[in-house]
Design a protein around this ligand. Sequence first.
Ligand code: GLU
Length: 543
Amino acid sequence: MDNNSLAELLYPDIKTLPADMEARYPERNLPEGAKVTRFAPSPTGFLHIGNLYGAFTDERLAHTSGGVFYLRIEDTDAKRTVPNGVEIIIQTLARLGLEFDEGAVSGGDSGDYGPYRQSERAPIYQTYAKQLVREGKAYPCFCTEEELAAIREKQEAAKLTTGYYGEFAVWRDAPLEKIKEKLAAGEKFVLRFRSEGSAANKYKFRDQIKGEIDVTENDIDHVILKSDGIPTYHFAHAVDDHLMRTTHVVRDESWLSTLPFHIQLFKALGFKLPKYCHTAQMLKLDNGNKRKISKRKDPEFALTYYLAQGYPVAAVREYLITILNSNFEEWRLANPDAPLDNFKFSTNKMSISGSIFDLDKLNDISKNVVSRMTAEEVFEGALAWAQENDEEFANILSAGKEKALRIFSIGRGGKKPRKDIAKWSEVKRFVSFFYPSLFAREDEIPPQFAREDVKAVLSAFAAGYDPADAQDVWFGKIKQIAADNGFCPDMKQYKASPEAFKGSVADVSMFIRVAVTGRVNSPDLYEVMNVLGGEEVLRRVSG
Ligand code: GLU
């Protein structure tokens, strides 16, 4: 068979050669060791925690090595593409702290290796496809759906591996005349890769995350270009990652099954194989058992969850690194204040079997992160979230920035900062008692305390309260009120003989706290009162 004529026959409009592409997309000029990574989603409009896990790995690999992190849109399947898909991806990831250096941007491209949307790269794929035909490494297949189904049935009945291979690859060695006939009749064809592999051959392959793995050679003649000339994932992956000069391919482990085919393709095309990093699935502990995190059962599967809840970007980043690299927590303990970028991210510290996703852990990390923020940062974060989600609270915050900063300063800045806020959506609840318009009583004074004692304590406090008192004077008065009403002013003494008292000074403080804040727990009460002001404090203790 004359492969050159076949190539011309199949792709007459393609005049470019692989050499033209190589010249158009030269090797990148980057420092030694710089990694080029890509996030390559389909623009379905839905991003999940697995996407973020992978994208974050890409981002860290590139940005801790002086490399490039780019966005490629895999939109070869029109059915899965939604109109705003690209925009949603860029916005969502940016809001979670991931910025691309190049790639698809809203409404176009940024960078020298585009187009970054696969739907715009058909001539590039076809250039390589035509070359494979010329070299006898690819051929057209005119099988109809029905014919393929019949082949499959036959294989299943004979308990054979299903697929287009060996004797079942009916167009593999078809004569040129037969192909010409079909083309003349206007029949559609797909282009298949001519595999020279055998399923009997096994070899070792080194994955950057999984380590050494056993691989079986591919013997299936997979489709590389569909009948509309648009590539399958496999072919687009090889061509794009080569031309865009990707050094590290980070992707879900579900792609491991087709890795042998990808290795073949790179070889057949004369491309250098990138390093592969196959990420393990994300697991969740459910009643002590590990299971796959799921779209149906777990709201935290969707990335929109984190935005709606208002997790600070810094917390999400810190959390992701924690689950991505097993040595991060130790590093963080040794370097509590170091910027996260100083941590040396590495693929061989990633989980092989599956990372455990744990919302409690995210909340703990987030509380830590927020506790280290300045009052101004908390204000900005809470306001930005409220502006999108809670107009009433946004108005309150922006109308009284000074007061809000005083509130957020309570318990902040010292050696042991207060760790209460994990996400911006919680802020309103934590601070509502500072605002008369939001104030609502949440807790009651426990019933074991006599109401007249509570009343007596509160009136004594109201009678002696002076907003100008220093903290020690203020607390001295509370102790005195305790002593005057049969509550022990000294905790040690109280613990030694609790039966001798109605309660302790802690209980007395609690009465006042519940009266003033409507809660049993609050930040430092003296500071709370300072922010509230004398008038409001008196109104609440007398109310
Ligand atoms: N478009 C593929 C996906 O969304 C990308 C896989 C890859 O990163 O190679 O699964």
